[in-house]
Design a protein. Sequence first.
Length: 664
Amino acid sequence: MKRMALAWFGVWALPSVLLGELPKTDSELFDLRKVWEANVTFAPEQWQAIAPKGGGGGLFGGPGGPGGGPREGGRRGPGGPGGPGGRGGFDPSRFMAGGWMQALDTDKDGKLTKPEFVGGFQRLAKEWDTAGSGELGVDALRDGMNKALGGGVPGGGGFAPRLQGAEGKRNGLSSASGINFEYVHADLEFGGSRITNVAVRYKGNGTYMMSQGTEKKSLKVDLNEFVKGQKVAGVSKLNFHNNITDASWMNEPLSYALYRDAGVPAPRTSYARLTVSVPGLHTNRSFGLYSIVENLDDNWANGSFGTKKGAIFKPVTPNLFQDLGQDWTKYQQTYDPKGELTEKQKRRVIDFAQIVTHADEAEFTRRLPEFVDVDGFSRFMAVTVWLSTLDSILAIGQNYVVYLHPKTDRFHFVPWDLDHSFGNFMLQGTQQEREQLSIAEPWVGQNRFLERVMKVPAIREAYLARLKEFQLTLFQPARIRKQVDELAALLKSTVREEGEEKLSRFEKVVAGESVGMGGFGGGGRGPGGGMPGFGDPVKPIRTFVEVRHQSVAAQLAGNSTGMRMGTRGGPFGGGGRGEFGPGTFLAPAVLQKADQDHNDKASLAELQKLAEIWWSEWDAAGNGSLTDQQLGDGLSKAFPMPQGIGGPGRAPGGPEQGARPVPR
C-alpha cells in the first residue's frame, strides 16, 4: 500500500487549541491531534432547503427542518417540524414494517389491500394456533411473530430492518425510510480561508434520525459539486460527523486509528469546531464539536493503494456475495459502487458470488486467495472482532467498504461508520455478550460468507496470528486508556461550549463511568424490565477494553469459548426459542388490544376484529391499500415505545410520566 499506517505516537506535541490556519497537505488535515475551526454560511432559502424530502419517520422519528434556534433578539427562527415519530424519539415499530409487508403482501406489489391485510393476519393467526384451540396466549403470539417476521437474517435467525434505499438512491436506514438528502449552496470557511459556492447536505442514517429536534446534524461538504477544482489540502469532500451516539466523541476516531495501526487503510480523522451563519438567523452560531472523517473515494484510494482505477463498493446486505444471477442490475443497489464500473469489475463481483454460493469446500479453499487479499482481510477481521463492532459485516451487513484492486483483482475490506464500536451497539446482544464475543464465530445468526471464509485455513491462521500479535501491542488496555486521556485533554474545552450536561457526560465516560441513553447507549432497565438488550448499560472505552482484552486472551489460550451470539443478537435478533425478536415487543401489546373478554388470550375472532380496526384507522384516506410508509405509520401509533428505552420526553429506562405503556 502506498500510504503506510501511522503508529500512535503517545504524548502529543501539539496543545489543545483551535487551528485557524489552512492545512497544506491531507496528512496535516487528517491529524487526530488537531481541532480545526470551520464555518458554513447559508443564504436563508438554502438553509431551509437543506431539510430532507420524504420519509415516513423511520426508526428514530421523522425528518425535520434544520432547526430554528434562538434568533438574535430572542425570536425563534425558521425550522421544519419533526415528522411522524416525534423529535427523534426511538421508534422500534418502524423497524418492523418491512417484515409485516413481506409476510402479508401476497402478490408482492409493495402494497397491502384489505383482503391481504385482514385475511393475512387471520391466516397467520391460524398457523400460530398449533394446538387448534382457536385462541392464542402471549407465548404463542410471541413465537408465531418471531417466526413470521424473523426472516431478515439468513436462515431466519434474526430480524433485520430494511437498509437498502430505492434503486439509484443511497442505502441506509433513513434512505430506506424515504428520506432523501439534497445538496444546497453554501460558503465554507476552513482554517481561515473562505471557499465559495460549495455543496452541503445532511448525512447519516441512525445518527441523522437520532439528531431530530436538534440543529447538530452530520454534514457532507463537496467542494467540487458546483465549482470544479476546489479543494482543501488536496481533498474535495469533507465529512463532519456529529457523534451523537457517543458522549466521548472518541469511538469512531480511535477505532479508525486502531485499524490504521493494524495495517488496514481505514479513513483518517481529525476534529472541528463547527459554526453556522445564516443572515438574520445565525451569526457564527457554534454547533459544537465534530469529527472530520476522510471520504472513501478516489483520493483515499490513491493514497492507500497508489491508484484511482480500482472499484469502490459499499455493500448493504446480510448475504454478501450471494449469487443473484448474471445480470449486473440485480447487484447494483446491493453493492452501491462509488463511480462507473468496467465490465471486468462487474464480472469480478458476479464470479466471486458464484464461487461463494456454489463452490464445494475444496474449490472454495483453493480459489478464495484469488479473490480476497488474505493478509488484509485477516487484519480487518481481527480489529472488527476485537472491537466487537456489531453494526457491521458481523451482523446486519453494512458499514464497510470493499475495494477491488485493479492490478491484483483482489477485494480489500475497509471499515466505515464506527460510532458503535467498542461494543457500543446495544441493538445486538447484551453488554456481556458483546464483551465476551466469540473470536471463533463472531457473527450474529447465520452468515454464509463469513462462515465459509473463516473456515479456509489461510484466512483463519492469519486472523488468529493477527489477534495474538495485536493483543500484545495495539490492543493493550493501557495503550488505549492513554489515547483516551490524551484526546480528552484536546477536546474538553470545545465540549464545554456544548453545555455543562454534555461536559459532565464527557468527563464521566472518559473516566470509565457508564452514562444514560441520552447521548451514550443504554441507561439501565426501567421499572418492569424493558426490552432485552436496550436496558443494559453500555460501558465506555476505558472499561470495555479491559474486559475485552481479558476475554480474547482467555479464548486464544483455549480457556474460554467466548459467547456466540447465535440467533439472539438483541431485541430484534432472532426467533430461536422465542426469547428475542419482534414478537418479544409485539405480542403483549397485541394480546392487550385484542383480548376483549379479558381472559388473557386472543381468539381468532378477536384478532380478526383487531385487524379490521387497524385497517380502518391506517387507511383513513380510503385508498384501499397501504404502502410501506403507511404501514410503518400505523405500527408506530399502535405500538408506542416500550419501557426501558430512552428518548425525548422520557426518563432513561422508563415511559413518559403519566403515560400508559400500551394504550388501548
